[in-house]
Design a protein around this ligand. Structure first.
Ligand code: NAD
Length: 370
């Protein structure tokens, strides 16, 4: 297989975590006979410095004509004072809108070796494997009318939560399709006891479910879900929800696993998917080779699985990450007594080396690949 991937390293730790991810993908290419071509383009603060805008047209053109996009992170104190339209983070909204990325997939899976990094007890989090499917381009973040207006006694701020049948149908379809590749359980999260938009959400999700009778569907109110994620997260497989609820619940689910540096995400919808770690540009640690590259590397695995249908190759990356953690190697954010501290680039090299050289991973991979 030959694929072209747009690489947007961005700001802060972005340019540090991207090279390990590309090296790991090259290693998978070498092992499994695929060819990945990486095309770099500027985004975020780096693009503001070079072109005046966080998402130059040239970058959009390159991204739109590739097979997938890998993004490091954008933003930093240097650009915080800029007007809203020129802020680095605007590039993310632009990419989502222009590439039609209406679904955000965020797995929260616990690596057993890191169970002690979580703030929850081991017996609560052992074995959790939750995928939050968040609607990304609708709901209260985009609904109109919105604004702040003067009133006789002060001001009035308002936003509108709005969802159409079409928007709910397409995100529910992604959730059910994804659940079919997992444990076949979808929990749809809403606030149908209070919000009319949630009433429609629940009705449409139930209708879409008619075509997915092999998948179990449960409905849950968002307040209960926030509680259940802490109380018994193992009850969840795929969680599907709105933009606002998903923003909050996906962060909560992510933190079950302990470190923000470990987790990948995918934004999908139309033809070109975008893959990025869930964290930001971490300006406080940038330039010191201490950032954890695993979230970025695992984002590459998600790209293989969701954009290229290379599930076995994605498994290979995830197994290699697990192997290196089992060998005791840790970046600073996940370090604990008795483990071996390594930097960003060394962690990447170790994972790459397992993919290229570890006979047990290669053997199980060969078996899996049939
Ligand atoms: P952040 O995720 O960058 O950092 C939060 C904390 O987690 C920091 O202490 C940081 O050092 C740590 N951290 C993050 N990633 C890590 C990694 N890979 N390894 C080890 N430690 C890691 O969030 P923030 O500090 O709120 O935001 C910093 C900048 O990033 C801001 O400009 C913000 O707007 C931007 N941001 C960008 C994205 C994105 O590009 N998708 C997402 C969130 C925030």
């Amino acid at each position: 297989m030959k694929k072209t991937i747009t690489v947007l390293a961005g700001d802060g730790i972005g340019p540090e975590i991207i090279p390990p991810a590309l090296n790991v993908l090259q290693a998978v290419g070498t092992r499994c006979g695929h060819s990945f071509e990486f095309v770099p383009a500027v985004v975020g603060g780096q693009a503001v410095d070079e072109t005046g805008w966080p998402l130059p047209n040239e970058t959009l053109k390159v991204a739109g004509s590739s097979d997938a996009v890998l993004l490091g992170a954008v933003g930093g104190p240097k650009w915080e004072g800029l007007e809203y339209e020129r802020r680095p983070e605007r590039a993310l909204l632009g990419l989502r809108a222009q590439l039609g990325l209406f679904a955000n997939l965020r797995p929260a899976k616990l690596y057993a070796e890191l169970a002690d990094a979580s703030t929850l007890k081991r017996e609560v989090i052992d074995g959790i494997d939750v995928l939050v499917v968040r609607e990304l381009t609708g709901g209260i973040y985009f609904g109109t009318p919105k604004g702040v207006e003067a009133t006789p006694t002060g001001h009035r701020g308002f936003n509108t939560e709005v969802y159409t049948t079409e928007e709910i149908t397409r995100i529910a379809t992604i959730a059910f399709e994804t659940a079919r590749k997992r444990r076949r359980l979808v929990t749809s999260v809403d606030k149908a006891n209070v919000l009319e938009s949630s009433e429609l959400w629940r009705k449409v999700v139930t209708e879409v479910h008619q075509t997915y009778q092999d998948v179990e569907l449960r409905h849950m109110y968002v307040d209960n879900c926030a509680m259940q994620l802490i109380r018994n997260p193992r009850q969840f497989d795929v969680l599907v929800t709105t933009n606002l609820f998903g923003d909050i619940l996906s962060d909560e689910a992510a933190m079950l696993t302990g470190s923000i540096g470990m987790l990948p995400s995918a934004s999908v919808g139309a033809n070109v998917g975008m893959y990025e770690p869930i964290h930001g540009s971490a300006p406080d640690i940038a330039g010191h080779d201490v950032a954890n590259p695993i979230g970025m590397i695992a984002s590459g695995a998600m790209m293989l699985r969701h954009s290229f249908d290379l599930g076995k190759e994605a498994d290979l990356i995830e197994r290699a990450i697990q192997r290196v953690l089992a060998q005791g190697y840790r970046t600073k954010d996940i370090e604990s007594p008795g483990t071996k501290l390594v930097g960003t680039q060394e962690m990447g090299r170790l994972i790459q080396s397992v993919i290229l050289n570890d006979p047990s991973v290669i053997l199980s991979e060969a078996k899996d690949l049939g």
